[in-house]
Design a protein around this ligand. Sequence first.
Ligand code: SF4
Length: 358
Amino acid sequence: MKASVSVDRAALRSSLLAWYDRQARSLAWRVSPADRREGVRPDPYRVWLSEVMLQQTTVPHATPYFLSFTQRWPTVSDLAAVEDGDLMAAWAGLGYYARARNLLACARAVAGQHGGVFPDTEEGLRNLPGVGAYTAAAVAAIAFDRPANVVDGNVERVMSRLFAVETPLPDAKPDLKALAGELVTEERAGDWAQALMDLGATVCKPKGPLCDLCPVSTWCEAFRGGAPETYPRKARKADRPRRHGVAYVLTRGDAVALVRRPPKGLLGGMLGLPTSDWRATPYDDAEAREAAPFAADWRDRGAVEHVFTHFSLTLRVFAASLDEGAEAPAAFVWTARLGLSALPSVFLKAARAAERML
Ligand code: SF4
């Protein structure tokens, strides 16, 4: 690991914290550094909720969800009392539904086993269901001012540049975490974590870092080397695997047939279009018709593409319509076309391809 002994950590810290005092982003869940100095404490529920949402999306995308969640469910106990299906519907569009299920499990544990009060240490938070090392550290630091080492992709990038770490990701992760840990102290621990996040998000950006505006450029080895954007070094990525499937859009009058997906696995517990299995090889026409959930006059409506975290999906779309009142499997949940906008986006794409119905 690159040694960091030459860095004046105290000076680096105070420069970044002073910058944060002037430039902190105004975020819906954040207590500003000025308010913090006045003794305003962050609400751990809001900190936790924002951190879970931000793990899968950007601040602009997460903000309306955060505002809507906290308006509907102002406390963790309110969230704990929600029906699973309501939460899944509210989460639609935030991706990766396992996280929504974990969110609910965690809220219920806090409400049921901790009297609605979040544990105030990293270790206590880590013991909650679905709370990983990163979230525990972030909530411990931001909500409780614990000197936790909060390291996400942004912080890894900043460390890799500050210390010109040549080891490529992902092998460099432990080193980057250790380097970040050397900068953590008891002083303003929550503000420090947020200052690093803001630096990574607004100045030390993946492409085109704004080194001229950077409060820590004095100590940045990558800046001195003249090619900061080339950090972090990256190992060649394996291609994301591709899967193939078929989605079936069956209409009856104004309604569309949906099915409740199994509780575990991708998009678990959500309503979605009926589909074939998703597999490595494409479906030909005969296979696509054979895999349909119901015998009908299926028409080929093309295909849509969707990218999940771990694979890309090519989904052929077949459509058919039934007469009003026609019999159909009881497992179908008939939903008005207008209600389809709450579907996970992969199904919304397929529904749109079938009929341009929305
Ligand atoms: Fe990032 Fe540039 Fe600042 Fe270094 S000087 S931390 S590369 S923005």
